[in-house]
Design a protein around this ligand. Sequence first.
Ligand SMILES: *Cc1c(COP(=O)(O)O)cnc(C)c1O
Length: 347
Amino acid sequence: MILERHEFSSDNVAPICQEALAALQEANARYAASYGEDRWTARACDRVQEIFETDCDVYFVFTGTAANALALAQLCKSFQSVICHQNSHIQTDECGAPEFFTGGSKLLLVGGADGKLEVGQVKELLARHNELHSHKPEVISISQATEFGTVYRNDEIATIAHLAREHQLFFHMDGARFANAIASLNCAPKAITWEAGIDVLCFGGTKNGAAAGELVIFFNKEISRKFDYRTKQAGQLGSKMRFLAAQWLGLLTGDAWLRNAQHANDAARRLADGLRKEAEIERVFPVEANAVFVPMDERVASGLYARGWRFYKFIGPNVYRLMCSWATTEKDISDFVADVASISLNK
Ligand SMILES: *Cc1c(COP(=O)(O)O)cnc(C)c1O
């Protein structure tokens, strides 16, 4: 595959990876039953259970927003609430889908450095909770990896899980970049999910190399009852589900999902190193997954845009996000770093 120059805008600007594409082609060679009654769907669910080493319930949806919103709607009644980070995707990037699909639940926002919930603030929020007169906290949600490219360590997840159990809250994980977190921590998927107390994981395939397709995985089977009806009502029950499932088989059979994630993480680390050494630009957050956040002058950013690079301004007045993917090459990184250095250092 010959790609033009890499874009750092997001990991979803990357093409479909070879493994997912080959699996799509293989699934495209014949007729098959619809609405998930096919063998690709069955095999993909088996493979998810193998990878997580448990008997979990697996559902396929088209977007991460649908995965999060429907999972939260399954956990949370309209008069209940979800505790999450103020910069979480469910708060900032889902157009109110969690509030809409829950029919009125509120997101209760908490701060914390590096995109991670600060446990002290969660405790304060729970203590402040005004019974009967405000939404009752029912779920704690974290993103793994976080929106700032950091990764919760096992012990940090265990601490939040402990708090969730103490207050009888469900624990939801937005894993749009779960693969990057696993590659980063180099641990068994179960270690930071059901073993650690996660009830529901939204596991992203799109940013990992699929065309589309996210999993909603219930480790607590009691709460997945009738979830198939919820996905259908939301227009998320694919009639040709086999093509979502086939891509997952492509990613999960063997270890393409982990290789893709590792590749993206390594690219981000090299990008951050290059920018530090060659352009004297320090990353804002620790680079633990596939994102690098850097401060840059307006002048440097517009110079880079003029040279054809694409990326977003993210937080604060001058912080930009550079996202790497399975498709980022050495040359993408060295060309970008060279352009940053030439624009920023030749003032
Ligand atoms: C990309 C992303 C999602 C899913 O977004 P969609 O565009 O709806 O697929 C969810 N959570 C996080 C943290 C993300 O980065």
